[in-house]
Design a protein around this ligand. Sequence first.
Ligand SMILES: C[S@@+](CC[C@H](N)C(=O)[O-])C[C@H]1O[C@@H](n2cnc3c(N)ncnc32)[C@H](O)[C@@H]1O
Length: 139
Amino acid sequence: MSCKRLKPGGKLITIEINDELREFSHSYFCKAGVDSKIIQMTGKAQDIVPGLNQMFDLVYIDGDKREYIEYFKLIVDKVITGGFILADNVLWGEKVLEKTTKDPQTRGIIEFNEMIRKDKSIEKVILPVRDGIMLLRVV
Ligand SMILES: C[S@@+](CC[C@H](N)C(=O)[O-])C[C@H]1O[C@@H](n2cnc3c(N)ncnc32)[C@H](O)[C@@H]1O
């Protein structure tokens, strides 16, 4: 995600489990001139997020589709009131329409979407661009 518009002193934290992507990603952060604004963390999000003792204005979820519910539950209390969570791929190439599918990634997205649908403490809308982005506002 772009971090050019971060407020002065603002930081973007990335979490990536694949350590082989660290240098690759960093080279592009440098090319974009934003490396000083980005904190790269390498490891499993479920291990890292509980140790982040800060609040976030915006969170973007785009990891393993089987783990979206875990990511959401770990991060939602660390988002400021009025802050946003974006969840990518929530239409999953239209496979979310296959309600009885046993495909684990598709099931993960279907169950995440259903959990959010039932959660009255969250304002939500699915933006039907490309693979579907769910925009959530914590209220
Ligand atoms: C679809 S890609 C994300 C791409 C990235 N958002 C982008 O636009 O370039 C999903 C990434 O999530 C990482 N990932 C999967 N499970 C993870 C986890 N539990 N914790 C951290 N990263 C994870 C994968 O290694 C993969 O690089």
